[in-house]
Design a protein around this ligand. Structure first.
Ligand SMILES: NC(=O)c1ccc[n+]([C@@H]2O[C@H](COP(=O)([O-])OP(=O)(O)OC[C@H]3O[C@@H](n4cnc5c(N)ncnc54)[C@H](O)[C@@H]3O)[C@@H](O)[C@H]2O)c1
Length: 159
């Protein structure tokens, strides 16, 4: 199976999509999974049945806006990859309360990128080459597609 000996950070791993990613990694790979989640109203710890008993699983209650806290986790676990799914995701809520969205989606994303870069700089050339930071966003950032075609990772943003 894949990812034997690898440690993967999944932020927002108690959320709707993050929990599915954690379940998939624990079921279908050998990765050691560290779920980093602030446990907001959107989190559902019940979405990870049996995870706590899995030796490949760790949970850290942590906000991605807290650089010092993230740094401690990077130093503790030495991850090979980060899947960033922590977000304020319910668009309608951003109209009444945009502050949390600015914090998590902008400041938090910047903070975890910064701490991932700090960690990456400590790695050997080989490990640097293999390290991945995968930011989960939405196809909405690319705008509308029209009748056919497809977006790629190099498509310009046009939200
Ligand atoms: N759900 C969808 O249909 C869908 C579709 C396209 C893209 N996405 C994107 O996927 C990502 C995840 O979406 P989702 O539906 O799983 O969201 P969700 O709201 O269900 O879960 C978000 C998780 O992030 C955690 N979180 C929030 N702020 C945090 C913080 N500051 N620090 C740490 N953890 C924090 C929450 O506690 C929660 O567990 C988002 O970026 C979203 O835009 C979702």
């Amino acid at each position: 199976m894949r990812f034997k000996g690898s440690t993967i950070f999944v932020t927002g791993g108690a959320g709707f999509i993050g929990s599915a990613v954690v379940r998939h990694l624990l079921r279908d790979t050998h990765a050691r999974v560290v779920n980093i989640d602030k446990l907001t109203y959107a989190a559902n710890p019940n979405s990870l049945p049996g995870a706590a008993q899995n030796l490949n699983y760790s949970f850290e209650k942590q906000c991605i806006c807290d650089g010092a806290g993230l740094r401690r986790l990077f130093e503790k676990y030495q991850p090979d990859a980060v899947l960033n799914l922590a977000a304020e995701s319910h668009v309608d809520r951003s109209i009444d309360g945009p502050g949390e969205f600015i914090q998590t989606n902008i400041v938090g994303t910047f903070t975890i990128l910064q701490e991932a870069l700090r960690h990456w700089r400590t790695l050997s050339p080989e490990k640097r080459e293999q390290f991945r930071f995968l930011h989960i966003s939405t196809d909405e950032v690319f705008g509308s597609l029209g009748d056919d075609g497809f977006f790629t990772e190099t498509t310009a943003y046009a939200p």
